[in-house]
Design a protein around this ligand. Structure first.
Ligand code: NDP
Length: 294
């Protein structure tokens, strides 16, 4: 019987833990604050940011939202980031991506104070993750790691295949999977668009993490019997005249092969959101030097 991994349930548990940490911090006169910055008129980005603000409210994190006109010069965004870096009531700064073309994304990421970089995209935080000493783990890969843990899957010694090598998902995912810490120690292969014979790799895997952004291209025949399949992909497609969300994995055929599989939606997505809250309370706790039950 294949287990369909309930990301909503696991994320709810994480949020409860975060709320306990917020209580502990409040007891020490610290109110964790997350600032979201939006420089886009894209409805999807607006939705993501408002969901993050709602999540903050639910667990007692102070949500601060700043909008920068998408047509404004890049310097206006830099100045906003600088102000939030200097604001002691803000513990996490998140600039919603993508940014307008005239803004240098790398410069923005570098500008965020690494101690407030709750996305963990700043080169210092990337370096720390690679060096095995993370301050923050990036939200999506960390969420995947916690989902595997909640499912009772210990990657240690197993063959893991990550499909995708992006800076925000694939690369850090691989780092966590082969890292020496708990939830790691897998023998890890990273595949990408230039990989010859992707199926040859995925068929060897005990754990497959799909993060390519290609709708339903990983099918059951590309998996080994009993594989654990984590689908990070979120792709909007037209089906029978309706717009719908699908992952990178063809759920029906993959479910027949897998021992456990995440659905889309309701798998990795809620975990990404929960881990952002987790990183925010961690940032506040580190800043205030308060022990919290993270
Ligand atoms: P990117 O587009 O940045 O990276 C995609 C990666 O997949 C690249 O490394 C690319 O290879 C590789 N790839 C593309 N096509 C293939 C293929 N046919 N075979 C093998 N590898 C391929 O995407 P992201 O990492 O940002 O996101 C991946 C997916 O995850 C998207 O659907 C995104 O929406 C979703 N996502 C979901 C989140 C969640 O919370 N659920 C959070 C973040 C992302 P190459 O490097 O060679 O181009």
């Amino acid at each position: 019987m294949t287990e369909v991994i309930d990301g909503n349930a696991v994320a709810a548990g994480i949020r409860e833990g975060v709320a306990d940490c917020v209580d502990a911090l409040t007891g020490a006169d610290v109110k964790p604050g997350l600032a979201t910055v939006l420089m886009s008129a894209d409805p999807a980005s607006e939705t993501y940011v408002s969901m993050k603000q709602r999540d903050c409210e639910e667990v007692g994190i102070e949500g601060i939202h700043v909008e920068v006109d998408p047509d404004a010069p890049a310097e206006e965004l830099y100045a906003t980031v600088d102000e939030l870096n200097d604001d002691p009531s803000v513990h996490g700064v998140l600039v919603q991506l993508p940014l307008p073309e005239h803004v240098d994304k790398r410069e923005v990421v570098r500008r965020i104070d690494p101690a407030k970089d709750v996305d963990a995209f700043h080169p210092e935080n990337v370096g720390r993750l690679v060096a095995g000493d993370p301050r923050f783990k990036p939200c999506t890969p960390h969420g995947v790691q916690r989902l595997l843990e909640a499912t009772g899957v210990d990657p240690e010694g197993k063959e893991a295949v990550v499909v995708g090598r992006s800076d925000i998902v694939g690369k850090p995912m691989a780092n966590l999977l082969f890292g020496r810490d708990e939830g790691g120690n897998a023998t890890t292969t990273v595949c990408h668009s230039r990989t010859d014979d992707l199926a040859e790799h995925t068929r060897r895997a005990d754990v497959v993490v799909a993060a390519a952004g290609v709708p339903e291209f990983i099918t059951g025949d590309m998996l080994s019997e009993g594989a654990v399949v984590v689908d990070v992909g979120v792709n909007r497609v037209e089906r029978d005249g309706d717009s719908t969300l699908v992952g990178d994995v063809e759920f029906e055929s993959a479910e027949r092969k897998a021992s456990a599989i995440t659905p889309v939606p309701g798998g990795v997505g809620p975990m990404t959101r929960a881990m952002l809250l987790y990183n925010t309370v961690k940032a506040a706790a580190l800043d205030a030097d308060v022990d919290v039950p993270l």
